[in-house]
Design a protein around this ligand. Structure first.
Ligand SMILES: [Cu+2]
Length: 152
């Protein structure tokens, strides 16, 4: 009698274990890169390619102008898990770019166009999936032309 009780308990435990395993298996399809790149656009084409539409929804827009030789503003704050559309007009007379250095937190770098000529505007879309401070720079004017993105 005692034995059959124990067996029954074990069966129940095993069944619960299976359920738990199944639930865990279909849990997260989140990648943990910390930074998601959706490509660089140079035109204003307004079609939203394939937005991954998930739970994180929404996007936020930001303009950071590149001048000789500084970013304006140089320190910005963005929300985590939202697509950040960054518009980068070069308002200076020299070439500039915006290079996001995310190595410190995500192990990846991302840059928009390598060269943005005077008068041109670069655009990029980035999704930060980790909170923290990410540095960016203009590759031509380090260490003067640098800034930070605070993800919160
Ligand atoms: Cu520059």
């Amino acid at each position: 009698m005692k034995i059959s009780f124990i067996v029954r308990v074990m069966v129940v435990v095993a069944a619960l274990g299976l359920v738990a395993t199944a639930a865990a298996a279909c849990g997260g399809n989140d990648t943990d890169d910390g930074i998601k790149i959706k490509g660089t656009e140079t035109s204003n084409g307004g079609d939203d390619k394939k937005d991954d539409g998930g739970s994180s929804g929404g996007s936020t827009e930001l303009t950071i102008s590149m001048q000789d030789n500084f970013f304006e503003p140089k320190n910005v704050t963005v929300p985590v898990n939202k697509t950040v559309k960054i518009t980068l007009p070069n308002k200076g007379t020299a070439i500039h770019n915006m290079h996001i250095l995310s190595k410190a937190t995500e192990g990846k770098d991302f840059a928009g166009k390598t060269i943005v000529n005077a008068g041109e505007t670069d655009k990029m879309e980035v999704k930060f999936t980790k909170k923290g401070v990410v540095k960016f720079q203009c590759d031509y004017h380090v260490p003067d032309m640098v800034g930070t993105i605070t993800v919160q």
